[in-house]
Design a protein around this ligand. Structure first.
Ligand code: NAD
Length: 260
């Protein structure tokens, strides 16, 4: 179905982004990986993904805090593949502190990476999608794009902004064959959340298992983590023909978090 298309996934060297990149590769897409990490491990993943699926996989080390690096990443992908047909804005970071203690430079970098990067990738990738009359833009927002939690000023502001950006992009592209949607995951056990679990275990002097249980009990009524693969599956669905009229949406995959 998606054979021969090109998917670029920002922040795909780990967690949710990696699962999405893997899933698009198994669907027959060429893939552009992006993100930080150990160079040898990334190269190994790139090679494996390409060999296992018979697709081309490239890697960009562009920093999503750097607009020029983002422009260069999209241009390089287009030079190689013609267009970025599927753009997944997934790169993200977290920082937790009460708003009056929140370091201003941390706030700025959260907005830059968790929100602004999605504007810059869309801005540069959209013209080629328009020319082809087909494109899919998927923004990985969060339950925190819809509701807030204490201590997450930067993250919540960025993710709410990402949902606004999704809606505007959907309107600006309506009727062109391009769609733009947001996915809003609840807790997914990735390095980003493992750090929060470890902090909780330490602060509350409990085991990691108990900290996990408490984290879920606080927010996610289903009582289990969402998996990266579940999010990846929905991203692929959004690229199929049955989803061609889904645009400007924000779908929660959050175990009931935002139903409360
Ligand atoms: P993760 O830490 O496992 O992965 C983050 C990825 O982003 C990594 O590949 C990292 O290298 C990359 N990255 C970070 N800063 C970057 C930068 N400046 N430039 C380029 N790449 C950069 O985290 P994850 O949980 O997989 O998070 C992925 C996305 O999903 C994030 O946007 C996050 O906000 C969102 N999300 C996560 C959860 C969760 O519970 N894990 C819930 C809702 C939303």
């Amino acid at each position: 179905m998606l054979q021969g298309l090109t998917a670029l996934v920002t922040g795909s060297t780990s967690g949710i982004g990696q699962a999405i990149a893997e899933r698009f590769a198994t669907a027959g897409c060429n893939v552009v990986l992006n993100g930080f990490g150990d160079a040898d491990a990334i190269e190994e993943m790139r090679k494996r993904m390409a060999e296992e699926n018979g697709v081309e996989v490239t890697y960009s080390d562009a920093d999503m805090a750097d607009p020029q690096a983002i422009a260069d990443m999209i241009r390089e992908a287009e030079n190689r593949f013609g267009a970025v047909d599927i753009l997944v804005n997934n790169a993200g970071i977290q920082h937790v502190a009460p708003v009056d203690e929140f370091a201003p430079e941390k706030f700025d970098s959260l907005i830059q990476i968790d929100l602004n990067h999605a504007f810059h990738t869309i801005h540069h990738a959209l013209p080629a999608m328009r020319r082809k009359g087909w494109g899919r833009i998927i923004n990985i927002a969060s339950a925190h794009g819809l509701v807030a939690s204490a201590g997450k000023a930067g993250y919540v502001a960025a993710k709410h902004g990402m949902i606004g950006l999704t809606k505007v992009t959907a309107l600006d592209t309506a009727g062109t064959g391009v769609t733009c949607n947001a996915i809003c995951p609840g807790w997914v056990k990735t390095p980003l959340v493992v750090a929060q679990i470890e902090k909780k275990a330490e602060e509350q002097d409990v085991s990691i298992e108990e900290a996990e249980r408490r984290l879920l009990a606080e927010k996610q009524p289903a009582g289990e983590f969402v998996t990266p693969e579940q999010i990846a599956e929905y991203a692929v669905f959004l690229c199929g023909d049955s989803a061609r009229t889904i645009t400007g949406s924000q779908v929660q995959i959050d175990g009931g978090w935002t139903a409360q």
